[in-house]
Design a binder for this molecule. Structure first.
Ligand SMILES: Nc1ncnc2c1ncn2[C@@H]1O[C@H](COP(=O)(O)OP(=O)(O)OP(=O)(O)O)[C@@H](O)[C@H]1O
Length: 597
C-alpha cells in the first residue's frame, strides 16, 4: 500500500462530504512586517488524510497551530468540526484532537507505559481502555518494552512514543507535524498504513506535514504551501495528471517555478469552486454529534491525572524531593543552630594601670565571663595593638588613679575636678569592622557598669536606686525578651512557605497563616506558569521577584532599618508580625496576632 498512489473517487458524491477543517481567507503574522500566512484557504473532508507539503519556514506549523486554536488569525476564519477552535464547546484543543508537534516534548523520567497512561487519563480514558490502546500502539509502532524509561530510548523511538501519545485517546482529528522524521522506512510504511486504516474505517481526519514528499502520495489530498500561500491542493493522482509528471517531488518543483513566475496562482477549483460561505459549512456541521464532554470548573479526571503525574515525577527525582523538602528543614535547623546561640567568649583586652587595683578590680568583677573573655595586657599600647591585629574586639584601659577619680565623683559631685573626671573614665578602643558584636559588647559593658555602680553606692551607704538609669522599663507585650532568633523564625517560615509552598508546623493558627501565605505563593506561581512558557525563565522571574520581596518585606530584617521601598511588600510583613505574635503569646489569638488576616 505504501508504494501506490491513492486514487480518490472524484465523482460528485451522493451526499455532500462533511468538512472537518475549514480555513478561509486567513492572514497571519507573528510580527508586523513579516506575513507568514496570506489568504490561506483550505477545506479538509472528514475521514480523509491531508498531506501538507512545503519548504522550511513556509508556514505549515503556523497553519496547524491556527487549526489547533493555539494561534488566532488576524483576519479570516478557522473552524474545526463546525466550531471555532479554542472556544467553549469545542473539543479543540482537547480530547477532540491529537497533536504531535515537531519537537518531542515528553516526561523523560517516565516509562513508556506511564507516559501513555498519563495522557490516556488526561483524556478521560479508563485504565482498561488505556491498556488496550497501549497494546495496539506498541505493536503498531514497534515500541520496545513498555517498562522502559524514555531516557533510555533512541531519538527515533522517542518520536514514536510522541506519536502514540497523540493517538492514545483515538481522537477524531489527528494533526501530525513531521511524524516520520528519524523513523525507519518499515515503520514509516506501517504508520501510513495505519493512518489510512483509521481514516477509512473510523472516519478519523488526519493532517500530516512532511518533508518526504513522496510519502504524501498515501494521502487523499495534498496541499503545497510556499511562503505562507497555498499553491495548490488536490488528490496526488490528479496533481500528477495535471502537471504530467511521475512524482509529487516534480509537482512541487513545477509549482515552485510557476509561483516564482507569477506571485499569485489561482486556487484549485476542485474544492473551492462552490464555497459559498463559511456559514454554510458551520450550519452543516451543527448536526454533528460531538464526542467531547463538557466538564465543570474543576475537572476531577484531569486533576487526578495531574496528581498522578506529579507523584511519579517526584518519585523519579529523589534529588528534587530532597532539595524541595529537606532544604526548608535544613534552613530551619541551621537557623536554630545559628540564632539560638547567645553571644559567647567575645575577646576583650584589658590594661589595668591602677596600682594596687581597687575599684577597677570591682568593675572587672562584674564582667559577665560567659559572654566576655578577658585577656590582661601589661601595657596600654599592647592592648590596643591586639585590637588592631584582630585578636580582640576592644580594649579597656583603667588609669593609675581610677579609684581616686571615681571616689571624687561620688563623694563631692558639686566640685569634682576635671582631672578626677578623666581619671575615672575607662578608655575604650573598638574594632568597628564588627559592628553587631560591638553593639552586643556595648550592652554587656553597660550592664557591668550598672552592677558596679550599684555595689559601690551600697558600700558608701547611698541608695543604689539614685544612681540607676532614669528609665522605668516595661514590656508592652508580656515579659518575654525576644531574641534575634524569635524575630527571624516567623519570617523564615513564611519565606520558605512562600517560596517552597510547604507547611511545616501543626498549630492551627500558624497552619492557617502559612496556608494563606502558601496560597499567595501558589497563585503567583500559577500566574507565572501562564505568563512565562520556558522553565528556566520561570525560575529566573521567581528569583527576581521573590528574593527582593523577602528582603524588603520585613520578613528577615526589621522594616525600621529599610527604606520606604519596604512598604510595597507590606502584605508579607503583616503576616510575619501575626506569626511572631502567635509565637510569643504561645498560640493565643489576639488583636496583634490576627492583624495579618
Ligand atoms: N513564534 C514565532 N515568532 C516569530 N516568527 C515565527 C515564529 N514561529 C515561526 N515563525 C516564522 O514563521 C515562518 C513560518 O514558520 P513555520 O514554523 O510555520 O514554518 P514550517 O513550514 O512549519 O517550517 P518547517 O518545515 O521548517 O517546520 C518562518 O519564517 C518562521 O521563522
Amino acid at each position: 500500500m505504501c508504494d501506490n498512489y491513492i486514487d480518490v473517487d472524484l465523482r460528485e458524491p451522493e451526499t455532500k462530504p462533511r468538512i472537518a477543517v475549514h480555513v478561509r481567507n486567513v492572514n497571519f503574522s507573528y510580527t508586523k512586517n513579516a506575513v507568514v500566512l496570506e489568504r490561506m484557504n483550505l477545506k479538509i473532508e472528514e475521514g480523509k488524510i491531508f498531506g501538507l507539503l512545503g519548504s522550511n519556514g513556509s508556514g505549515k506549523t503556523t497553519l496547524l497551530r491556527l487549526i489547533l486554536g493555539r494561534l488566532k488569525p488576524h483576519s479570516g476564519y478557522v473552524s474545526v468540526f463546525g466550531r471555532k477552535p479554542g472556544t467553549v464547546g469545542s473539543d479543540v484543543p482537547g480530547p477532540g484532537v491529537g497533536y504531535m508537534p515537531q519537537d518531542v516534548a515528553l516526561y523523560y523520567e517516565f516509562t513508556i507505559e506511564e507516559t501513555l497512561t498519563y495522557y490516556g487519563l488526561l483524556n478521560h480514558m479508563t485504565p482498561e481502555d488505556i491498556n488496550i490502546r497501549i497494546n495496539l500502539l506498541t505493536d503498531l509502532l514497534s515500541i520496545p518494552d513498555r517498562k522502559r524509561v524514555l531516557t533510555k530510548l533512541s531519538g527515533g523511538q522517542q518520536r514514536l512514543i510522541s506519536m502514540a501519545v497523540t493517538m492514545i485517546h483515538s481522537p477524531r482529528l489527528l494533526i501530525l507535524d513531521e511524524p516520520t522524521v528519524g523513523v525507519d522506512s518499515l515503520i514509516r510504511c506501517r504508520i501510513w498504513t495505519y493512518l489510512e486504516n483509521i481514516s477509512k474505517n473510523d472516519g478519523v481526519t488526519i493532517i500530516v506535514t512532511t518533508h518526504y514528499i513522496e510519502e504524501a502520495k498515501s494521502a487523499a489530498y495534498v496541499g503545497f504551501v510556499s511562503n505562507g500561500y497555498l499553491l495548490s491542493q488536490s488528490t496526488p493522482q490528479q496533481l500528477l495528471n495535471q502537471y504530467r509528471v511521475k512524482t509529487l517531488e516534480e509537482v512541487y518543483y513545477k509549482l515552485a517555478i510557476i509561483r516564482r513566475r507569477s506571485r499569485r496562482m489561482s486556487l484549485n477549483p476542485l474544492l473551492f469552486n462552490d464555497a459559498k460561505d463559511a456559514q454554510e459549512v458551520e450550519t452543516e456541521n451543527q448536526k454533528f454529534d460531538y464526542r467531547g464532554r463538557n466538564h465543570g470548573f474543576i475537572n476531577m479526571g484531569r486533576m487526578s491525572a495531574l496528581l498522578w503525574r506529579n507523584y511519579i515525577k517526584l518519585t523519579r527525582n529523589p534529588l528534587m524531593v530532597i532539595c524541595f523538602y529537606a532544604l526548608s528543614a535544613l534552613i530551619v535547623t541551621l537557623m536554630s543552630l545559628v540564632f539560638t546561640q547567645n553571644f559567647e567568649n567575645i575577646p576583650i583586652a584589658i590594661y589595668n594601670g591602677e596600682r594596687p587595683p581597687e575599684l577597677s578590680e570591682l568593675f572587672l568583677k562584674h564582667i559577665d565571663d560567659r559572654k566576655i573573655h578577658v585577656t590582661l595586657y601589661d601595657s596600654y599600647e599592647r592592648a590596643v595593638q591586639s585590637v588592631i591585629d584582630g585578636q580582640n574586639l576592644m580594649s579597656l584601659d583603667f588609669s593609675a588613679n581610677f579609684s581616686a577619680g571615681v571616689e571624687e565623683r561620688f563623694q563631692s559631685p558639686q566640685d569634682v575636678s576635671e582631672q578626677a573626671i578623666l581619671d575615672s573614665q575607662v578608655k575604650i578602643t573598638v574594632d568597628m569592622s564588627r559592628p553587631i558584636v560591638a553593639g552586643v559588647t556595648d550592652l554587656a559593658l553597660l550592664s557591668t557598669l550598672n552592677a558596679f555602680i550599684k555595689e559601690y553606692s551600697v558600700s558608701l551607704d547611698y541608695n543604689p536606686l539614685s544612681f540607676s538609669m532614669p528609665f522605668d522599663l516595661n514590656a508592652s507585650y508580656y515579659s518575654f525578651k525576644p531574641s534575634f532568633k524569635d524575630f527571624v523564625a516567623p519570617g523564615m517560615l513564611l519565606a520558605i512557605q512562600y517560596g517552597l509552598n510547604m507547611v511545616l508546623t501543626g498549630a492551627l493558627d500558624v497552619l492557617l497563616m502559612l496556608i494563606v501565605q502558601g496560597m499567595h505563593g501558589m497563585v503567583f506561581g500559577m500566574i507565572l506558569s501562564l505568563a512565562v512558557s520556558n522553565d528556566y525563565n520561570v525560575i529566573m522571574v521567581m528569583a527576581l521577584t521573590t528574593l527582593p520581596l523577602w528582603m524588603v518585606s520585613g520578613l528577615l530584617w526589621p522594616l525600621e532599618s529599610l527604606s520606604d521601598l519596604a512598604h510595597i511588600a507590606i502584605g508579607l510583613q503583616v503576616l510575619d508580625q501575626s506569626l511572631f505574635g502567635i509565637a510569643i503569646t504561645g498560640g493565643r489569638v489576639e488583636h496583634n496576632t490576627t492583624m495579618g488576616y
